[in-house]
Design a protein around this ligand. Structure first.
Ligand SMILES: O=C([O-])CC(=O)C(=O)O
Ligand SMILES: [Mg+2]
Length: 389
C-alpha cells in the first residue's frame, strides 16, 4: 500500500463580498489529490483536500516543500500497520520534517490541505464515512447523526442596503437554518447597529439566533464600545472582536461583555489555541471556539487541540469550527463538537454539504458514503475529479 502521486491545483473562490478586514475579490484555494495504489470498487482510491476561505491557495509551498517531502519518504514509513492503512500521523511528521516550531503562518494551510486528502483516502480505504471512522478510533460513543449548522453571510457588498441584508438572511431561514451570522465593523458603530436591528427583525427579534463577526478589526476601545452597545441584544455570539493573537484584548472584552464571545478561526496551531485558553479570558460555559482544521495543520493537529481543550476543562461541544466544509462536519459528528459553520451562498462549491442532505430546523445530516463525502456533492466533485484521474 502506498501513495503513488500527489497533485495540486489552485481554484478561484472569488466574490465581490467584503468583511471588516478584507474583500474576497481575489480569493483562491488549493485543491489536492492524493492518489494511492489501493483499489476499491475497481478504481484506485484517491483522497481529496482543499483549504478554507480566508487564506489563499498554497501552491508554492505545496510544490516547493510539502509534496516533495511526501514523495521522497519511504512508503513503508507512512503505513499504519495496526489499521492496515495509510498513517495520517506519519504523513504529518514527514510533512513537518525540518520545520521549526512557532510562526504558524501559511504553512499550516498547506499541511492542512494534504492532511484533509489523506483522511479522505484513509476513510475510503476503510470503506466508511470519515465521521464513523473518527467515532470508532477517537470518539466517545456513537457519532451524532445530525449536526447543528448556522448560516454565515451578511457580508458587506457594494450598494447593499438594509432590505438586501434582510432578504439574504430570510433566504437562509427559508432554507432550513434557524441561526444566522452577519458581518460588523466595516462601517461606523451607529450604522452597524441599524444593520443588526434590521437582522434581528428577520429572526423575530430573538438575539439568540443572530451572531455578529468583526473579523478582528477592532482595537480595544472600539471592541468595548461595540460590546456595550450590543449587550442589550442578547446575541448568540460576538466573534473575533480584535486581532486574533491579542489575548489581552480578548480577555478585556470578555470581562466586560455579558454575552457569549467566539473566536479562534485565525489561530493555526494547538499552541496558539492553548494561548487563547490560557490568556484570552474565554468562558468554557458560554463561549465558542472556532479553530478550522483546514487552515491549521489539519485533523492530526485538531486532535491535539481537542485534547488540549479537554485537559483544560473545555467540552468539545463548545467548538464550532469556521469554514463551512465537510471535513469539519465529519469531525463535528464523529467527535461531538457543538456544530459547524455553513455558507449557503458564498465560497461555492467548497462551502456547503452533500447534495440531498437538506438543513432542517438548523441541523444537517451526513451522507453514508466512504470518505469525507465529496463525491456526494456534485458541484465540488466536478472540480476535484479531474485532478484524481
Ligand atoms: O469573512 C470571513 O473571513 C469568514 C469568517 O470570518 C467566518 O466565516 O467566520
Ligand atoms: Mg469569522
Amino acid at each position: 500500500m502506498k501513495i503513488v502521486d500527489i497533485r495540486e491545483t489552485t481554484a478561484s473562490i472569488a466574490s465581490p463580498i467584503a468583511n471588516a478586514y478584507i474583500d474576497f475579490s481575489k480569493m483562491t484555494c488549493s485543491v489536492v489529490a492524493v492518489v494511492t495504489d489501493v483499489v476499491r470498487d475497481g478504481k484506485p482510491v484517491v483522497g481529496y483536500g482543499f483549504n478554507s476561505n480566508g487564506r489563499y491557495g498554497q501552491g508554492p509551498l505545496l510544490r516547493d516543500r510539502f509534496i516533495p517531502r511526501l514523495k521522497e519518504a519511504d512508503p513503508d514509513s507512512l503505513i499504519d500497520a495496526e489499521h492496515g492503512t495509510i498513517d495520517p500521523f506519519a504523513v504529518w511528521r514527514t510533512l513537518m520534517t525540518n520545520e521549526k516550531p512557532g510562526g504558524h503562518g501559511e504553512r499550516s494551510v498547506a499541511v492542512g490541505v494534504i492532511d484533509m486528502a489523506v483522511w479522505d483516502a484513509v476513510a475510503k480505504i476503510a470503506e466508511k464515512p470519515l465521521y464513523r471512522l473518527l467515532a470508532e478510533r477517537f470518539g466517545e460513543g456513537a457519532p451524532d447523526e445530525r449536526v447543528w449548522v448556522y448560516a454565515a453571510g451578511g457580508y458587506y457588498y457594494p450598494d447593499k442596503g438594509l432590505s438586501a441584508l434582510q432578504d439574504e438572511l430570510k433566504s437562509y431561514l427559508d432554507r432550513g437554518y434557524r441561526e444566522v451570522k452577519m458581518k460588523i465593523g466595516a462601517v461606523p458603530l451607529a450604522e452597524d447597529l441599524k444593520r443588526i436591528e434590521a437582522a434581528l427583525a428577520v429572526v423575530d427579534g430573538d438575539g439568540a439566533r443572530l451572531c455578529v463577526d468583526a473579523n478582528g478589526r477592532f482595537d480595544t476601545a472600539t471592541a468595548l464600545a461595540y460590546a456595550d452597545a450590543m449587550a442589550p441584544y442578547g446575541l448568540k455570539w460576538y466573534e473575533e472582536a480584535g486581532d486574533p493573537l491579542d489575548y489581552a484584548l480578548q480577555a478585556e472584552v470578555s470581562a466586560r461583555y455579558p454575552g457569549a464571545m467566539a473566536t479562534g478561526e485565525n489561530l493555526f496551531s494547538m499552541q496558539d489555541a492553548r494561548n487563547l485558553i490560557r490568556y484570552g479570558g474565554m468562558n468554557p460555559e458560554t463561549d465558542w471556539l472556532q479553530f478550522d482544521c483546514a487552515l491549521s495543520y489539519g485533523l492530526v493537529e485538531y486532535l491535539r487541540t481537542l485534547q488540549m481543550l479537554k485537559d483544560n476543562g473545555w467540552s468539545s461541544r463548545r467548538v464550532v469550527p469556521h469554514g463551512g466544509h465537510q471535513l469539519s462536519l465529519n469531525i463535528a459528528a464523529g467527535l461531538h463538537l457543538g456544530g459547524n459553520e455553513s455558507y449557503p451562498d458564498v465560497f461555492q462549491p467548497f462551502g456547503g454539504f452533500a447534495d440531498g442532505t437538506p438543513v432542517e430546523d438548523g441541523y444537517v445530516g451526513l451522507p453514508d458514503v466512504p470518505g469525507i463525502g465529496f463525491e456526494a456533492k456534485a458541484a465540488l466533485y466536478a472540480v476535484m475529479k479531474p485532478l484524481g484521474e
